[in-house]
Design a protein around this ligand. Structure first.
Ligand SMILES: Cc1cc2nc3c(=O)[nH]c(=O)nc-3n(C[C@H](O)[C@H](O)[C@H](O)COP(=O)(O)OP(=O)(O)OC[C@H]3O[C@@H](n4cnc5c(N)ncnc54)[C@H](O)[C@@H]3O)c2cc1C
Length: 449
């Protein structure tokens, strides 16, 4: 309890809706969770604080899918399927999907246009009869019993409202819902350190031909500029990549610290606020470097600074099985596999990005267990996305798009199965879930040792 506080008057909150499945958060995990639950015919409502879908993928300007492909014994293969296929097709149909590009020659990633993604996600969910509640900031829960969530409380432009549901999925990225519901969670590594946040931005007006493969040059040129004292950077190296449309590039380079010099905490309102301002300061600095030191960027302009700072890691569920770094690096199998993670550890540490890969020549992915979506104590709640149960290092891998697709799809189908059987989410038959996932076209990673 803070030193200074006040008691709010008690209030009677109008009920806005009742639904079978309520998903909090319209990021990748939430989009896929509602899409897959709705495909079973269940009544599904998605609550999102912004007026558009995509979460970090759009609001934070990520605009790049990682973890869809794996380097399987030296061959690149697409290993995340299911609802992901439909979303990507819809983005492509809107002219917003790049061809996959190489990451250090070891795997692939695939860039997309953020506006096309927003529209494709709308189309996908409307086609599946999902109800959308935008501009609704979830602010708490009402519990029926200590282990059962009754309703989500939301602040909307029409005032505070309650929404009842039978099953809830926390896809908020920050674990807001599970924290309010009293499920155990943790934050940070053994030293309490989080992955560093980044404010993303895009530039337009780049001379693509002169810029060439600028992503290779940018690191050495940054080093030179820093050594000569012309520029100072918050982290070594940058991700500088061309987007779908001519002359447009995205930049992933800023690194946001708090006043104590540690990674900014995305669950701290004051740090978040200061972090946005610091992020824009770093963007302008880096943009000056691009214009003055990178061929092809001389006449570029700042096209967009992402609407919000990109948060990689905050709360992580302490679920029934916590995915570990050893699972990722050792390409682990699980009896309750729901799909795979194919991304290496990508740790955004102070001043740098540290990569750790499964052994060369391995199958290049680990399975993800159903139990990492299951909270302790609360029986009608599932968790999907970057706040699911992973240790800090494993989260640096399975927070990316591929694994979020997988977790969202399993959460949506798992919620629907629990409703059909009238049981707690933890008591569904895992084999039935795996069949349902495969029926939707998901890949469980069971055919390759
Ligand atoms: C800077 C940066 C770069 C990245 N680069 C890549 C990359 O190149 N490729 C890749 O695949 N991944 C990348 N990632 C990781 C990836 O984008 C995210 O981890 C992933 O999008 C997480 O998806 P999610 O659905 O779990 O959560 P989020 O995307 O965080 O979505 C959560 C959603 O919930 C909503 N929400 C949260 N709390 C509330 C509330 N209380 N009330 C209402 N709504 C709420 C949010 O508005 C948001 O829409 C990057 C991340 C960052 C930050």
């Amino acid at each position: 309890m803070p030193d200074r506080s006040l008691n709010e008057p008690a209030r009677c909150t109008p009920l806005l809706a009742e639904t079978e499945v309520l998903v909090l958060g319209g990021g990748l995990a939430g989009i896929v969770a509602v899409a897959s639950a709705a495909a079973t015919g269940r009544e599904v409502l998605l609550v999102e604080r912004y007026g558009f879908l995509g979460g970090m993928g759009t609001a934070a300007g990520v605009t790049n899918f990682c973890g869809l492909h794996a380097n399987v014994h030296g061959q690149m293969r697409r290993v995340v399927r299911g609802v992901a296929d439909e979303l990507l097709q819809r983005i492509d149909a809107l002219g917003g999907l790049n061809e996959p590009h190489s990451i250090f020659g070891r795997t692939l990633a695939q860039a997309y246009d953020g506006t096309a993604y927003k529209c494709a996600a709308d189309e996908l969910l409307l086609a599946r009869n999902v109800k959308l509640l935008f501009h609704a900031q979830a602010a708490g829960v009402a519990m029926r019993e200590a282990d059962h969530v009754d309703a989500l409380l939301v602040e909307t432009r029409s005032g505070r409202r309650a929404i009842r549901a039978q099953t809830f999925i926390d896809a908020s990225g920050d674990g807001d819902l599970f924290a309010w519901a009293g499920a155990p969670w943790e934050q940070g590594d053994a030293q309490g350190e989080l992955l560093y946040p980044t404010l993303m931005f895009r530039v337009g007006g780049v001379d693509d031909a002169r810029a060439g493969e600028a992503w290779r040059d940018v690191g050495p040129r940054m080093l030179q500029a820093q050594r000569s004292g012309r520029h100072h950077f918050a982290r070594q190296g940058a991700i500088l990549r061309p987007m779908k449309h001519a002359g447009e590039w995205r930049v992933n380079v800023t690194q946001i610290r708090n006043a104590a010099g540690r990674a900014m905490d995305g669950t701290d309102a004051l740090q978040l606020s200061a972090g946005e301002v610091e992020g824009r300061r770093q963007v302008r600095d880096f943009f000056a470097f691009l214009q003055s030191e990178m061929p092809g960027f001389e006449s570029a302009y700042l096209l967009e600074i992402a609407p919000q700072v990109g948060i990689r890691e905050t709360r992580r569920l302490l679920g029934r099985r916590v995915l570990t770094a050893e699972d990722v690096l050792g390409c682990a199998d699980f009896i309750d596999a729901i799909g795979v993670n194919a991304w290496p550890l990508e740790q955004h540490v102070a001043g740098d990005v540290r990569w750790s890969w499964p052994a060369e020549g391995s199958r290049g992915f680990n399975q993800l267990p159903w139990r990492m979506l299951l909270p302790q104590r609360v029986h009608n709640l599932l968790v999907a996305g970057r706040c699911a149960a992973m240790d800090s290092a494993a989260q640096s891998a399975a927070r990316v798009s591929g694994a979020c697709f997988v977790m969202g799809e399993a959460a949506g189908l798992g919620a629907a199965l629990a409703l059909r059987r009238g049981c707690a989410v933890a008591d569904i038959e895992v084999a039935a879930l795996q069949r349902a996932l495969q029926d939707q076209g998901a890949y469980l990673g069971k055919d390759i040792a």
